[in-house]
Design a protein around this ligand. Structure first.
Ligand code: ATP
Ligand code: MG
Length: 391
């Protein structure tokens, strides 16, 4: 018996003329992951991606797990393939399903014929496969309304497939189908979630991390790289550009009003991120900001920190509560890393009375006290790039 993986496309099927572009990006993502699991053939047929092992050594379990993290898919399922006739389908159900249904008491069977010329109607296929299960899985019965296992038979163009329930896919659009953006990745909870949310909408990512040595430690940098590793589960790989803010922070401390400190620093971060983005071919910025979360994220603060950018700035967490962001962070397994207690450049010098309603003219006057362009240029020259990959 041959077991394969079938992947069901999500929103991609709604795309019109450029659908094939979405599909080829999706196939490329899946092929790259398949390479790490053995020799697989990966192709698209009838809005379904087929992932077929080419020999015995292929790791189907890992491939299934990886495919569940590929954006653009709504369902991923392991299925047994058989010939398109009733005898073969029944024999396949008898061999394949009992081990998967151990302990199951209630099940239902659905059949679907995308090949309408198949002579047996769907309800009859379902009933006969149900009969095989009743005879071969002890102690189980049919329950159409509250099944523990949903068995499915699909009669497709070339073959028929039997499976015991589909795993939800990662949703979204194929990674890279929406262009490329620069994620401002800190060690906090919000920015990895922001990266995940934009990657899910098809935005390929680079990341920039700002540090302030020696005020911030190597451990703080390692923590951010660990977060990058966690994002790689979805992105495949991630380049992290590390830029030092030490000179900028020391200058701001020396020359500017303390109450504007965080806002000024944010303006620098945005500009540096934009410059780095341009260099790397990114066309958008992404932050983990959430409206009203802290003083630097009020509406008036965001107006000054994000002013003057020449590319879109995405803040996908802007309308989420902290508890909702944390729920995402747990789901993508970044939460435990994010709460490790290492200092961040923003916590090194914190104003005692930060402005929550900064006046743009007063803000610009503070900024004019320093050599903005020169500081940016020298900060950019400190850039180091670290490349992380899916493990
Ligand atoms: P937290 O979960 O503590 O809020 P955070 O990463 O959101 O963590 P904030 O101080 O709220 O931290 O910063 C707002 C946004 O600014 C971050 O989501 C991130 O996009 C960006 N940012 C802050 N500090 C850095 C940094 N050191 N390097 C890169 N980006 C940063
Ligand atoms: Mg935050």
């Amino acid at each position: 018996m041959k077991e394969i993986i079938l992947c069901k496309l999500g929103e991609t099927i709604l795309k019109g003329a450029n659908r094939s572009n979405f599909e080829s990006i999706l196939l490329r993502s899946l092929r790259r992951r398949a390479e790490t699991c053995g020799r697989f053939r990966v192709y698209m047929l009838q809005s379904t991606v087929y992932i077929e092992p080419q020999d015995e050594t292929c790791d189907l379990t890992r491939m299934h797990e990886l495919a569940c993290r590929v954006f653009g898919l709504v369902g991923v399922v392991r299925a047994a393939e058989c010939e398109k006739n009733m005898e073969a389908i029944l024999a396949c159900a008898r061999d394949y399903l009992p081990p998967l249904m151990a302990g199951v008491r209630r099940f239902r069977v659905d059949a679907k014929r995308s090949d309408k010329s198949f002579p047996v109607p769907s309800p009859e296929i379902a009933a006969r496969v149900g009969g095989v299960i009743l005879a071969s899985v002890p102690g189980c019965r049919v329950d159409l309304h509250d099944p523990e296992a949903e068995i499915r038979v699909e009669v497709r163009d070339r073959c028929a497939y039997v499976h015991a329930g589909q795993t939800p896919g990662a949703g979204g659009l194929p990674y890279g189908s929406s262009g490329r953006g620069m994620l401002l990745l800190s060690g906090g909870i919000d920015s990895p979630v922001a990266g995940y949310l934009m990657a899910k909408r098809g935005l390929a990512l680079d990341a920039v991390y700002f540090e302030t040595p020696p005020y911030t430690s190597q451990q703080a940098r390692e923590k951010v790289l660990t977060l990058a590793d966690k994002l790689c589960v979805y992105t495949g790989r991630l380049r992290v550009h590390v830029i030092s803010l030490t000179e900028i922070q020391e200058t701001l401390m020396r020359d500017c009003d303390e109450d504007y400190f965080t806002l000024l620093l944010r303006r620098f971060m945005m500009r540096l991120a934009q410059a780095c983005a341009r260099e790397q071919g990114c066309e958008a910025l992404v932050t983990g900001e959430s409206l009203g979360q802290v003083a630097s994220q009020t509406l008036a603060s965001m107006a000054v920190t994000g002013a003057g950018l020449e590319m879109p700035l995405f803040r996908p967490c802007v309308g989420l509560d902290k508890s909702e962001i944390i729920a995402y962070a747990r789901r993508i397994d970044t939460f435990e890393t994010s709460i490790l207690p290492y200092e961040d450049c923003c916590t090194v010098f914190t104003p005692r009375h930060p402005h929550t309603k900064p006046r743009p003219d007063a803000f610009e006057a503070e900024l004019a006290k320093v050599d903005f362009d020169g500081l940016c240029e020298r900060a950019l020259a400190t850039r180091e790039t670290v490349e992380r990959r899916m493990k």
